[in-house]
Design a protein around this ligand. Structure first.
Ligand SMILES: *Cc1c(COP(=O)(O)O)cnc(C)c1O
Length: 474
């Protein structure tokens, strides 16, 4: 135990040093976890310890066991899922949130956490150019942000017909019609399921080749709204980046009295760039929005925002009241906007990232990622047998390999190319099915991913494809 003075505080500088070493070397070696789950489990698996271990030894052991199983999501050549970089400034602020031991549950338990959230909330509304009177809940991610937005929607549309869902629940309540695009994110269905709205009783609306709602089908569907209704739109389809035509669809839905909720986990951030804001024009007319901090804003996991135009509906759906909890006068009470009471103070990391990048820096990051996505699409599309399936509108591209062969064969070659790329480790991208066919998904979201990394990664993908193509079985 080299520098352990016996104080548990020795764990803090040790963790900082280990973290810095990890981040300094992240671009070296394979851009993937070296251990799979089972190998990782074998490293951690040991009997419950009877006695304790010194602070720094615990941290060192944690690092030694975890490191081989850490995904390189914070690196520059990582294009898997849609995973932001856990920017060092956001991480440092988040460490402080933990080290300070603050409970963001109410403004007395942590005046600073509540106040910082209040300011970060206003900054977010300005950045995303949403109604300034909207309320913001700091949640774990877009899944819970969708849950909160849809809970406010459920409460409001039922209140309009005289039903108090908070008090009476859904038994005997007037039915709520839910309309949703066919290419919505899986987590929206989870939110519907948690809220008793069901994931199977929704009306699914046809989408176009890009995954955006077909306006004609939408116009037809809203004519069937007869009572309380919630319409769910999307900014940034997970595979194609497509955004619904908000300027056209939102007024149609609202004219029928529906509440419009938007899942804008990453797509909402197009608002921060003059160049790309047009993709989501009209989105500000919606009633609630879900978005992530841990994607385009680069905060560490976990961080998302539930934004609701009608703060009262938000509050009705979420507020927690008990005699032992202080009732503020004009203070922000963070627990009134989220499902939890005790909660980590996510406002600190949000505040720090916005303070670090500024409005211009955030818009520039969005523009950088769209440029890199377009560059990668252009490189890949030039190669024989490779097809970029979508038109790149934001930071997402999907690619198929072996498109000069029958479709089943192209499926196999596409999966083999993804596996080859991951095994080589020069860059990381995953796969998905799009319109029933396998594609490689490339999501450009890392804060340090510039053109040079895009170029290098596109060459690595093409190298993987050439190897797959050259195999005898191909
Ligand atoms: C990532 C994502 C989600 C889920 O967000 P989490 O942060 O994982 O909870 C929902 N919708 C879309 C469009 C997404 O990209």
């Amino acid at each position: 135990m080299p520098d352990d003075t016996g104080s548990p505080l020795a764990a803090l500088p040790r963790a900082a040093a280990q973290a810095e070493a990890f981040r300094r070397r992240i671009d070296e070696g394979p851009q993937r976890a070296e251990d799979d789950y089972h190998a990782s489990l074998a490293r951690f698996d040991e009997p419950l310890p009877e006695g304790g271990r010194p602070a720094t030894e615990v941290i060192d052991q944690l690092v030694a066991r975890a490191t081989p199983g850490l995904q390189k999501s914070a690196g520059r050549r990582f294009f898997g899922w849609v995973i932001g970089n856990s920017h060092p400034v956001g991480v440092a602020a988040d460490w402080l949130a933990s080290a300070w031991g603050q409970n963001a549950g109410n403004p007395v338990a942590s005046p600073a956490a509540a106040a910082c959230e209040a300011v970060a909330a206003q900054w977010l509304l300005e950045l995303l150019d949403l109604p300034r009177e909207a309320s913001v809940g700091f949640v774990t991610g877009a899944t819970m942000a969708n849950f909160v937005g849809l809970a406010a929607a459920r409460s409001a549309v039922l209140a309009r017909v005289g039903w108090d869902v908070q008090a009476q629940g859904l038994f005997g309540a007037p039915p709520i019609q839910v309309l949703i695009g066919d290419d919505a994110h899986a987590t929206v269905y989870s939110a519907l399921q948690y809220l008793g709205l069901g994931h199977a009783r929704v009306t699914r609306i046809a989408t176009d080749a890009r995954g955006a709602i077909d306006p004609a089908a939408f116009a037809q569907a809203v004519t069937h709204i007869t009572g309380p209704a919630i319409v769910i739109l999307q900014a940034g389809q997970i595979n194609t980046g497509a955004c619904d035509d908000f300027a056209r669809l939102v007024p149609l839905a609202q004219a029928r009295g529906a509440w419009v909720h938007v899942d804008g986990a990453f797509g909402l951030w197009a608002r921060t760039s003059r160049e790309h804001a047009a993709c989501v024009a009209g989105i500000e007319q919606a009633d609630s929005w879900a978005t992530d901090g841990h994607k385009w804003l680069q905060t560490p996991y976990d961080c998302g925002y539930a934004i609701v135009r009608d703060a009262r509906a938000h509050w009705d759906a979420m507020s927690i009241n008990a005699s032992y909890l202080p009732v503020g006068q004009g203070e922000r009470d963070p627990s009134h906007y989220v499902p939890e009471l005790s909660r980590r103070a996510r406002g600190f990391a949000t505040w720090a990232m916005i303070a670090h990048l500024g409005r211009r820096g955030i818009g520039a990051l969005v523009e950088q990622h769209v440029r890199v996505a377009r560059l990668m699409a252009a490189r890949l599309a030039q190669a024989p047998g490779v097809e970029v399936v979508n038109t790149v509108v934001l930071n997402q591209l999907i690619v198929r390999f072996g498109t000069d062969r029958p479709a089943d064969e192209a499926d196999r070659l596409t999966r083999a190319t993804i596996a080859r790329l991951q095994a080589d480790g020069e860059a990381f991208a995953g796969g998905a099915q799009w319109r029933g066919r396998w594609v490689m998904r490339i999501s450009v979201i890392g804060s340090e991913t510039h053109e040079a990394e895009g170029e290098r990664s596109a060459q690595a993908i093409l190298a993987a494809w050439r190897q797959v193509r050259a195999q005898p079985s191909a």
